[in-house]
Ligand binder design. Structure first.
Ligand code: APR
Length: 255
C-alpha cells in the first residue's frame, strides 16, 4: 500500500511519463509470456524460432508458430492494465508507451501514443522488395504457411524484430528521447532480459525519472526501481491510476 502511494505521488507530480511494457501485461489476457511456464511451443523456445536463421532454415515452421500465436492474440481481449494505460496517456503533457509486445492489445485497447518496438503480429514484410503489409493483404499460397508478396511475389516474413536483428531506424531514438525527458518511467510485465528496453528504463532513471516496476516476480529492473509494485498488472496498473487520481484530487499534482 505504501509503495502504491509512493508510485502514485511520483506519477501525479510528473509532466512527462514513459511506459514500457512486456509480455506480462498480456498474461491475464491469456497470452503466454515468453520465458515463463507455457512459454514453449511444440518443444521450441522463442529464441529458437524468432531468428533469421530459423526462418532461413524452415520458413514453414516459423510461420506455423506465428500463425498459432496470432490466433491466440486475435481471440484475446485487452485487460484492465491495457485499459488503464489508455487512461494514463491523456493525463500528462507528454506520454509515450513503448511496448515490446507484438500482440496488438495496446492499440486494440485504444493506446495511440504508442510505439511497438518489436513490431506487430498482424503485419508481414517482403524479404525481396521490403514492402510492409497487413498480413491479411499478403497472398496465401495453397498448401503453404508462407505468404507471398502481392507486389513482387517474394516470400514474406513476419514484420517482427527477431533475436540478432537491429532495431528499425528511429525506433530506439524515439524511446530514448522520451526517456531523457521523463519524470516517471513505468515498467510493466517484462523480465528485462532483452537489453535495449531495460536500458531505456534505466536511462530514464539516470536522467532523473522515478522508476516504477510492476511485476509479480522480482527482476533486475525491480531491484533497481525506486518503487517495486509486486503483483499482477491487471490489479496494480488500475490501482495505480486510481491512487494517482486520489493524489491529484488532494492537490499534489503540479502540472
Ligand atoms: N502482470 C505483470 N507481469 C507479469 C504477469 C502479470 N500478470 N505475469 C507474468 N509477468 C511477468 C513475469 O514475471 C516476467 O518477468 O512478465 C514477465 C515476462 O517476461 P518475458 O516472458 O521474458 O517477456 P518480455 O520481457 O516481454 O520479453 C522481451 O523477449 O522473446 C523476446 O522479443 C520477445 O518482446 C519479447 C522480449
Amino acid at each position: 500500500m505504501e509503495a502504491l502511494q509512493r508510485a502514485a505521488q511520483a506519477l501525479a507530480s510528473a509532466r512527462n511519463v514513459l511506459a514500457i511494457t512486456g509480455a506480462g501485461i498480456s498474461a491475464e489476457s491469456g497470452i503466454p509470456t515468453f520465458r515463463g511456464a507455457g512459454g514453449l511451443w511444440e518443444g521450441f523456445r522463442a529464441e529458437e524460432l524468432a531468428t533469421p536463421e530459423a526462418f532461413g532454415r524452415d520458413p514453414e515452421l516459423v510461420w506455423r508458430w506465428y500463425r498459432w500465436r496470432r490466433d491466440i492474440c486475435s481471440k484475446a481481449a485487452p485487460n484492465p492494465a491495457h485499459v488503464a494505460l489508455v487512461e494514463l496517456e491523456s493525463r500528462f503533457e507528454e506520454f509515450l508507451l513503448a511496448t515490446q509486445n507484438v500482440d496488438g492489445l495496446h492499440p486494440r485497447a485504444g493506446s495511440r501514443k504508442l510505439i511497438e518496438i518489436h513490431g506487430n503480429i498482424d503485419t508481414a514484410r517482403c524479404t525481396k522488395c521490403s514492402a510492409i503489409l497487413p498480413l491479411d493483404d499478403a497472398s496465401e499460397i495453397p498448401g503453404s504457411q508462407v505468404p507471398s508478396c502481392p507486389r513482387c511475389t517474394g516470400r514474406m516474413r513476419p514484420h517482427i524484430l527477431w533475436f540478432g536483428e537491429t532495431y528499425w531506424p528511429g525506433v530506439l531514438d524515439k524511446a530514448f528521447a522520451a526517456a531523457s525527458r521523463a519524470n516517471a518511467v513505468l515498467v510493466i510485465g517484462t523480465s528485462a532480459q532483452v537489453w535495449p528496453p531495460a536500458q531505456i528504463a534505466l536511462q530514464a532513471q539516470k536522467s532523473g525519472a522515478t522508476l516504477i516496476d510492476v511485476n509479480p516476480q522480482p527482476t533486475e529492473i525491480s531491484a533497481a526501481a525506486d518503487v517495486f509494485l509486486q503483483g499482477k498488472a491487471g490489479d496494480l496498473v488500475p490501482a495505480l491510476l486510481h491512487a494517482c487520481d486520489r493524489v491529484c484530487g488532494e492537490g499534489i499534482r503540479t502540472s
